[in-house]
Design a protein around this ligand. Structure first.
Ligand SMILES: [Zn+2]
Length: 414
């Protein structure tokens, strides 16, 4: 059977967990560290796939929960899989849907108060009231669609079947994402469930891959998802448990603050096997997260924030974030950032983009999204270069001092 995925580490940064490498997939290579572009509903909002590859995007991550609701995994399968459906030629990821299932009703907000409804401390939520949106049992999760309120179930097996129909190159195991401040007992029970689910995911995944081998379809890869909230012993136990199993790589899930990357991510990556890729799920909206993530051993990131912020006019520049809708940019005929080489900055002015936003013209969202996505993709590419030529700490210091000035975020040391 052909390998679904392989990973070569080409450089390591002494004294840190950072490394540069290449992930090989059936749809091409990903040079790591890499920022994976968010394509939640099989589209990178406001951008064509040509624009995504033009700005340097190497791979796209879509969301199983959203695609199972609309258009349905069967339709993506009939189209020939995610890449064909959305006309993206490169590597693809799907997340399992776990985070969305457990964050229903909190508008996908990724913060410490999100997923509050699982913060009950009861063993299995079996007595969940009717208006609770999600109920967890050992079998799986029962929840209601955020679109029409219909009752749905997701189990490790069904998540794998959906992901194999969607047919991205890299899948995530179905996990429970507990509230980080849930009582210790609940976190332990939840982690036990996540581990049992991971084994069930792996078993079903291997069966489905065997079927692909018979029909000549490409093999798909599965990442185990490490949980354990903000508890060192739980995180390390989770990394140990999953690390001993035959996953192709690992996702770091759960909810923690970016300032906790030097602790939470370090615990996990010190424990995981070194030779497999590690993906930080849904984090990387701040440049500091990217530097800290890489320093503590992350290979790939995804986050929808750059395009979401762009659509609101919030634009990254090397001198910090600006809101392009502000009055001061109305007559500013310079690019968003004179040091940026993206399509938007090469061809358009702040004044023009300010005008597009004020006139509610959709090109504004496209031009802003191209710039923001380029900014994060390119920053991670530059971090990669700095690992290779051994200038990581110089680059980190100069970048972060320029971006944050004297307001360095928590967890950052220079
Ligand atoms: Zn730009």
């Amino acid at each position: 059977m052909q390998d679904s995925l392989s990973f070569d580490i080409t450089h390591k940064l002494d004294g840190t967990l950072a490394r540069a490498g290449v992930i090989h997939t059936p749809h091409g290579d990903i040079k790591t560290p890499a920022y994976i572009v968010g394509g939640t509903k099989a589209t990178v909002k406001a951008l064509t796939p040509e624009q995504v590859s033009g700005l340097g995007g190497q791979a796209v991550l879509a969301n199983t929960y959203h695609l199972m609701l609309r258009p349905g995994a069967d339709i993506v399968q009939q189209a020939g899989g995610l890449g064909k459906f959305m006309n993206w030629q490169g590597p693809t990821f799907t997340d399992s849907g776990g985070f969305q299932v457990f964050s229903l009703g909190v508008a996908y907000k990724k913060g410490i108060d999100a997923v509050a409804h699982t913060e009950k401390g009861d063993a299995d939520n079996a007595n969940a009231s009717k208006d609770q949106l999600v109920k967890v049992t050992e079998h799986g999760a029962f929840f209601r669609s955020h679109l029409d309120g219909s009752k749905l179930e997701m189990t490790p097996e069904s998540s794998m079947e959906l992901q194999h129909k969607i047919a991205a190159d890299i899948h995530m195991a179905f996990d429970e994402c507990p509230a980080p401040l849930a009582p210790r007992q609940y976190l332990e029970e939840s982690l036990g469930r996540t581990h049992a689910w991971a084994e069930r995911c792996l078993e079903r995944h291997q069966t489905l891959n065997s079927a692909h081998a018979e029909t000549g379809q490409p093999q798909q890869a599965l990442f185990g998802v490490v949980q354990g909230a903000r508890k060192e012993d739980l995180r390390r136990a989770s990394a140990q448990f999953l690390g001993e199993r035959d996953f192709d790589g690992y996702g770091l899930g759960g909810i923690f603050e970016p300032g906790e990357i030097p602790s939470v991510v370090r615990w996990v990556n010190e424990t995981l096997p070194e030779n497999k890729p590690r993906h930080l799920l849904g984090m990387g909206s701040q440049p500091a997260d990217l530097f800290l993530g890489v320093e503590y051993g992350i290979d790939t990131f995804d986050c929808i924030a750059p395009t979401r912020q762009a659509r609101n006019g919030a634009i990254y520049t090397y001198g910090g974030r600006i809101n392009i809708k502000n009055q001061q940019y109305k007559t500013d005929f310079t690019p968003i950032d004179t040091d940026c080489a993206c399509y938007t900055c090469v061809n358009y002015t702040r004044a023009y983009i300010n005008h597009l936003f004020r006139a509610d013209e959709i090109l504004g969202a496209t031009l802003a999204s191209i710039h923001n996505e380029y900014f994060v993709v390119h920053t991670v590419d530059r971090i990669r270069d700095s690992l290779i030529d051994n200038t990581f700490f110089d680059y980190k210091k100069s970048f972060l001092l320029r971006y944050y000035k004297d307001n360095l975020p928590a967890g950052v040391t220079l």
